[in-house]
Design a binder for this molecule. Structure first.
Ligand code: LCS
Length: 393
């Protein structure tokens, strides 16, 4: 079905749907590593790119294609590549657009490994980087060097929930011929469309909201143009970042309920943020939907809703925060985010533990910061759970 002119929810259900001979309403799982050719000439034509069709699953598979086409439509991009994990997607971008002698500017608060591989691994291949607080647009301009090729942003950022002005950042980068990649994991295209705001590439850990059920690990990169897609696709196919067909099938299924999951989690999050902000044991709460969020106006300008991720600090710092994490019963003490279940974790010792003390301090990842990914349970139950845990702090 052609969903190019359909609404977002119709796209969620039908975009990319694969025409299949049996008429199966749901695309079957093409659990195969390879595809038969009718004859030797057809095999040769497919390898030469003269005939459409599948060859070998590392190079493409109907389940990958279906998900890639749906994501491209949802993000208003040209086409996507889907990968075995979010980190495969991050590496796919770095490898596609950075070569020895190049430089990248990144936001200082990113998912830990997205920053640490750039600082610890990519220098081995001659790639340099500078991480600055991109919430202040002037810092981006100052960090740009003659060899800067990529601006890498995450907004809202993990775990500081800082917001970056994608439009303003893209304008600066494009003035210097620099590509802009936005990790849109915390929002999904339902709440934010970076390509419409000026970015060139969008990235997702689909482990989070896109799949939404905490049962797969996966990633995606969506390109604005054919040229960018071709470069991403070359890396995906030849480095072997591809997604498994079953993983792609589960993710396409999870994606169908993205909007209703986010609507509900967001309604819960709004109530929980207000509860936490008014709780006597809470030092501060950072949630894009609170007026107290320092970039509340920018949230309203570039996001369609505040989402369901928040960070907070318990009075008494890390020790008090640990008491809360050790005493929740309904919320799971676990990393990851964006699923239907509420998760709580401690970035300084868990997701961002590989950053140095100075890097954490500079990025605003304090020892007392606790991150909450609000699920779709009943808000009253989540609040009662947190209230009980806070009483132990
Ligand atoms: N980008 C963001 C914003 C993320 O939060 C993560 C994972 C990734 C990329 C990497 O994706 P993965 O390979 O795990 O699919 N974030 C995690 C987190 O905050 N807790 O556990 C994983």
């Amino acid at each position: 079905m052609d969903t190019k002119n359909s609404g977002f929810n119709s796209k969620l259900i039908h975009a990319g749907s694969f025409e299949e001979e049996t008429g199966s309403a749901v695309t079957p799982i093409y659990q195969t590593s390879t595809f038969k050719f009718k004859n030797a000439d057809q095999g040769a034509r497919r390898f030469a790119g003269e005939e459409d069709g599948y060859i070998y699953t590392r190079l493409g598979n109907p389940n990958m294609d279906e998900l890639e086409n749906a994501l491209a439509e949802l993000e208003n991009g040209y086409k996507a590549v889907v990968t075995s994990s979010g980190m495969a997607a991050v590496n796919n971008v770095y490898l596609a657009f950075l070569s020895a002698g190049d430089h990248m500017v990144g936001h200082n608060s990113l998912y830990g490994p997205s920053r640490s591989i750039m600082e610890k691994m990519y220098p081995r291949f001659g790639v340099e980087s500078t991480f600055v607080n991109c919430e202040n647009i002037e810092n981006i301009e100052k960090a740009i060097q003659p060899n800067t090729k990529l601006l890498y942003l995450e907004t809202p950022a993990n775990p500081t929930i800082g917001i970056i002005d994608i439009k303003a950042a893209s304008e600066i980068a494009h003035k210097h011929n620099i590509l802009v990649c936005v990790d849109n994991t915390f929002c999904s295209p339902y709440l934010q469309k970076p390509l419409d705001l000026g970015a060139d590439i969008v990235l997702h850990s689909m482990t989070k909201f896109i799949n939404g059920h905490a049962d797969i690990v996966g990633g995606a990169v969506i390109a604005k143009t054919k040229d960018l897609y071709d470069q991403l696709s070359y890396v995906m196919k030849n480095v072997g970042f591809n997604m498994d067909p079953h993983q792609a099938w589960l993710t396409r299924r999870g994606l169908k309920t993205l909007a209703i999951r986010i609507d509900r989690a967001q309604e819960n999050a709004k109530k929980i943020a207000v509860f936490l902000e008014n709780h006597p044991k809470i030092e501060w709460v950072l949630y894009p939907g609170l007026k107290s969020h320092p970039q509340h106006d920018l949230v309203n300008k570039q996001m369609n809703g505040p989402g369901s991720m928040m960070s907070f600090e318990v009075k008494g710092g890390l020790e008090a925060g640990k008491k809360v994490m050790d005493n929740v019963k309904l919320a799971l003490l676990a990393v990851s985010l964006g699923g239907i279940e509420t998760l709580i974790q401690h970035p300084a010792s868990m997701t961002h533990s590989k950053l140095s003390k100075e890097e954490k301090e500079e990025a605003g990842i304090t020892d007392g910061l606790v991150r909450l990914s609000v699920g779709i349970e009943d808000a009253e139950d989540i609040i009662a759970d947190l209230d009980h845990a806070l009483s132990k702090a």
